[in-house]
Write a protein that binds this ligand. Structure first.
Ligand code: GDP
Length: 262
């Protein structure tokens, strides 16, 4: 479990539970113990499972998608647009990463691929202004979902958090009573313990409603989410398992626990 990035404290706590249950249930065989372990992990995660939560949210809703560059934020926005469009729903993308040269083009490619509208300004524009425009057109065109792609790196971390806070303020203000706003953090499952630091910083600055764990296809790790749920109580909403449009699905605690122990 430590090898899968679950972390020392969380591992010890889970092992304690397994020991207690093994005693109570008189389970001594390896198979039985593994079963209890899987159970413990999935019930810890299941408490927060996102299956019936955010993804089934009633539209209209705005998802503000944040995360460090390279975690798979833009890809997740594209895949999530495809997922929501299938509900079926009217989805739009919002290019609020105006800092990185290729960010808007990358999001445009996703919009074409999925077949949804995109709201964008020029590079270097104020991202809060992009969001403002997007919400006006969401209202005018009666869209169900808006997915806001944001910057994952600026000159400094403080700058980034200040910008994201401003984007969130404007989003919440413009959404008013009409649209629900949910903030999702995209986290790379291969990041290891550093993922906890990222989650804490983003949560303190913005208040997170859910996590999307990406690149689970490339690793048997991802145990970091256990520590994140234990410390911060943020549910995992979805997992990314590849680079294709369909490679995003709801989080399944039992499946995840089994994969972690394979
Ligand atoms: P951003 O900088 O956070 O917006 O990250 P991108 O969306 O540009 O993704 C960074 C890289 O990770 C790209 O090469 C993506 O194709 C890749 N990627 C994103 N999600 C996944 C995933 O779930 N699995 C795999 N294997 N690759 C992913």
């Amino acid at each position: 479990m430590i090898g899968a990035d679950v972390g020392m404290d969380t591992t010890m706590e889970i092992v304690d539970h397994v020991r207690d249950r093994a005693k109570a249930e008189q389970a001594f065989e390896a198979e039985e113990l593994m079963g209890i372990l899987r159970d413990e992990i999935s019930s810890q995660l299941g408490e927060f499972a996102g299956r019936d939560g955010l993804l089934d949210i009633e539209p209209p809703c705005i998802f503000l998608v944040v995360g460090v560059n390279g975690t798979g934020k833009t890809t997740t926005v594209g895949k999530l647009a495809h997922y929501l469009k299938d509900r079926p729903a009217r989805v739009m993308l919002v290019a609020a990463d105006t800092f990185r040269a290729a960010a808007v083009e990358q999001l445009e490619r996703w919009a074409e691929r999925v077949g949804v509208e995109i709201v964008k300004h020029q590079r270097g524009a104020d991202p809060a202004a992009v969001v403002y425009d997007a919400i006006q057109s969401m209202r005018a065109d009666r869209r169900d979902f808006a997915l806001i792609d944001t910057a994952g790196r600026l000159h400094t971390y403080v700058n980034l958090m200040e910008e994201l806070k401003k984007i969130k303020r404007v989003t919440v203000r413009e959404a008013g009573e009409q649209f629900t706003v949910k903030t999702l953090l995209v986290l790379d499952a291969t990041t290891g313990q550093n993922g906890i630091t990222q989650a804490k910083l983003f949560h303190e600055a913005l208040g997170l409603d859910g996590l999307v764990l990406t690149k689970l296809d490339g690793t048997a790790k991802g145990g970091i989410v256990l520590a994140i749920q234990r410390e911060l109580g943020i549910p995992i909403v979805m997992v990314g398992t590849g680079e294709q449009v369909q490679d995003l699905g709801p989080f399944d605690a039992q499946e995840f626990a089994a994969a972690l122990l394979e």
